[in-house]
Design a binder for this molecule. Structure first.
Ligand SMILES: [Zn+2]
Length: 327
């Protein structure tokens, strides 16, 4: 069974919700995203009030090149998005002080219902296996750490690919579930210990990504692999929808990488980039927007430049998937 799993090649369209259901409307409803969007919307005003207070604000330099020179892009839900004049990195400035952010996040957990949704789990399983095939190592004993692992769905899949699994997770409810699943918890980044470390849609949340990368560097063995999946600031949907694109969330997504800025920050932290591609076309969102609609509108018809093949060929997909190696 294990051999069968690791050999069957997964195609990226198999975990693209819009393509799978041939309808964005259906995908949002069936995976619980519709409910989540509605609930999260209620928190927007609260967060807007918090970031207005000077005592809650924290200012950062560009996290890629350390420059302070930046230009204003837009305000989303009270959060200012800027672009570094030196390297082009897009980031939120100021951010909420990490302590204030943590306190608010603890109360807002509607995305957990999406993560627990059965259909969503099926899609995530395919996405995770796609990633696992990219970092596959032919070794009998190999250790992997998933940073911000949540309920450990990625690690459930990693087990099937014969990885010895460790999760980094500070949420207490999640920690209990991980312990019940007999998944090891490592919240201290054991030194020179791992053959691979994975960051699935967490790097965009981290206020100081260089600090995290230096810890990861020490935790990986030489030649160890790092997988990063982050929203792509140069995706077709964000280039067209601009501030209306869901990747610009306000308080939560504070770093917005492109393939260029992701490559730069990896190089700076002594990682060698092995591959970079985009996954998730988000074609449905673009089509509906161009037809004056939104996520919940009747699905619009296909335009040639929203074809997933075209989108991924030009690295215009909604998220980037990078594989790097410790030098
Ligand atoms: Zn910069």
């Amino acid at each position: 069974m294990n051999n069968f799993l690791s050999k069957k090649k997964i195609h990226k369209d198999s975990f693209d919700g819009y393509l799978k259901f041939k309808s964005l409307k259906k995908f949002y409803k069936i995976t619980g995203r519709k409910k989540h969007v509605q609930t999260a919307g209620k928190n927007t005003e609260k967060l807007k009030a918090l970031i207005k207070k000077k005592s809650n604000q924290e200012f950062r330099n560009c996290q890629v090149c350390n420059s302070r020179q930046k230009k204003f892009l837009f305000d989303k839900n009270g959060f200012i998005h800027v672009k570094c004049k030196a390297c082009g990195f897009v980031y939120v400035n100021p951010i909420l002080k990490p302590k204030v952010q943590e306190r608010t996040l603890k109360k807002e957990n509607s995305y957990i219902n999406v993560l627990k949704n059965k259909v969503n789990i099926q899609l995530d399983n395919f996405r995770f296996r796609y990633g696992l095939q990219k970092i596959n190592i032919n070794k009998k004993k190999k250790r992997i750490l998933d940073f911000g692992t949540g309920y450990g769905l990625f690690l459930d899949n990693a087990k099937k690919y014969n990885w010895d699994c460790f999760g980094y997770e500070i949420n207490k409810d999640c920690m209990k579930i991980l312990q019940n699943k007999k998944i090891n918890i490592d919240n201290s980044f054991k030194k020179n210990f791992y053959d691979a470390i994975t960051l699935w849609l967490v790097f965009e949340h981290v206020p100081y990504p260089n600090k995290l990368l230096s810890k990861i560097y020490l935790s990986l063995k030489k030649g160890g692999k790092l997988l990063i999946n982050v929203p792509n600031v140069n995706s077709l949907s964000s280039l067209i929808l601009k501030d209306k694109c869901t990747m610009f969330s306000g308080s939560q997504h504070v770093n917005h990488f492109s393939d260029k800025s992701l490559k730069m920050i990896l190089n700076k932290n002594n990682f060698r980039l092995k591959s970079m591609e985009t996954i998730i076309s988000d074609a449905g969102t673009v089509l509906n927007y161009l037809n004056y609609g939104n996520t919940f509108s009747k699905d619009s018809k296909k335009l040639s430049f929203t074809d997933p093949k075209f989108i991924h060929k030009h690295k215009l997909g909604y998220t980037l998937l990078a594989i790097a190696e410790k030098k």
